[in-house]
Design a binder for this molecule. Structure first.
Ligand code: CA
Ligand code: CA
Length: 168
């Protein structure tokens, strides 16, 4: 009973990572997310920004697999996610920020359409929508963004870490 809200959030986080909805998280989910972001911002996969995003997606996947894929079959099941990733991320939010940072850095570079080093709130919202990230992280981001209306890595990485580490 006490954990129903917690379990709802865990289920939502799993669904966010399982981008293709086939019931497990694997490398393809990260490629799907990267491809969708590139399409949204009309950036070519072979461009520097596209290659950085795919490299970040691969690093993100490797980091998640290292924490959660206990049987080494290159798939993270829901059980592995709950028993591996969620607990370890909660114990060590900095580790999540570390594995997600290259992907988020590359995603922000793509959202930074005028190249001034930060993305607008609107363009960040497009990124979050494409990634299927829930309203909690969008709300957390909006809170920090109010200051100057721009989103940089120092704001988005902690917001993601908070979202995915799912405090009880
Ligand atoms: Ca999947
Ligand atoms: Ca596995």
């Amino acid at each position: 009973m006490v954990s129903s809200e917690y379990e709802r959030r865990i289920a939502a986080r799993f669904a966010t990572f399982d981008q293709d909805g086939n019931g497990y998280i694997d490398r393809e989910d990260f490629n799907v997310a990267a491809k969708a972001l590139l399409a949204e911002f009309d950036v070519a996969a072979r461009s520097d920004k596209g290659q950085a995003l795919y490299a970040g997606a691969e690093a993100f996947w490797q980091g998640m697999a290292g924490m959660a894929d206990r049987d080494g079959d290159q798939r993270i099941t829901r059980e592995e996610f709950v028993n591996g990733a969620v607990k370890r991320l909660r114990d060590n939010p900095d580790r999540f920020a570390e594995i997600a940072r290259p992907f988020l850095h590359a995603a922000l570079a793509i959202a930074d359409t005028d190249g001034d080093g930060a993305a607008t709130v609107e363009d960040t919202a497009r990124v979050l929508r494409i990634l299927g990230v829930g309203e909690d992280v969008a709300g957390a981001s909006a809170a920090v963004l109010d200051a100057d209306g721009r989103v940089g890595e120092s704001e988005i990485v902690p917001a993601f870490a908070r979202y995915f580490t799912v405090p009880e």
